[in-house]
Ligand binder design. Sequence first.
Ligand SMILES: C[S@@+](CC[C@H](N)C(=O)[O-])C[C@H]1O[C@@H](n2cnc3c(N)ncnc32)[C@H](O)[C@@H]1O
Length: 203
Amino acid sequence: MSAIFGKEILDYIYNLFSLEDEVLKEMERFGKENDFPIIDRYSGSFLNLITKIKKPELVVELGSGFGYSAYYFAKALENGKVVLIDYQERNIERARYFFEKGGLTDKAEFRVGDAVEIAKEYKDIDILFLDLEKLRYLEAVKTLEENLSEDAIIIADNVLWHGNILSETDRKAERLREFNSYMSERYRSIIIPVGDGLLLSVK
Ligand SMILES: C[S@@+](CC[C@H](N)C(=O)[O-])C[C@H]1O[C@@H](n2cnc3c(N)ncnc32)[C@H](O)[C@@H]1O
């Protein structure tokens, strides 16, 4: 990244463009207190904006945690729904609690289990969001390609792997590089250097 993205500039753009929402703030506090990894606030605003532009009917999220990233999708949805999937029941229950608080449950479906297996049940996915185990990104996208709508968008978090994406000794970095290469060859893709690196791809 260029030097213009120092802390002060980042704080400036984060504060300028963050979505103001009390439930999101509560979720951020919960994440911090429990050391639970969630997408960065600016990435959330990005997901929200993309959803507003795309107007999807169906967003499927692999690895929803307690619903922070999914909340950004849900807030921007007009008619569609977001499917939250996590294999930890307590995460999904917490997501349900936060969505109820934000009045967004009618825009969401909550599922517990393996994200790739559950996602296979859905057809015509307009936005597929990957935030599950990093070793499975490539498998997930290959498995779900036939479930995507004609002009689907794929978004993946952590594709710069905390700045270690070029590491030769980190297995996750190596697998994420394979994923990034696949996405660059098969789709029109870009990595947006916000948060931990967000990959955006279209067919
Ligand atoms: C980084 S956290 C998700 C954070 C969430 N996307 C957010 O930004 O608010 C990753 C989550 O994925 C879940 N997870 C990882 N692999 C999974 C899988 N194969 N199936 C279902 N859930 C998975 C974990 O339980 C964890 O809650």
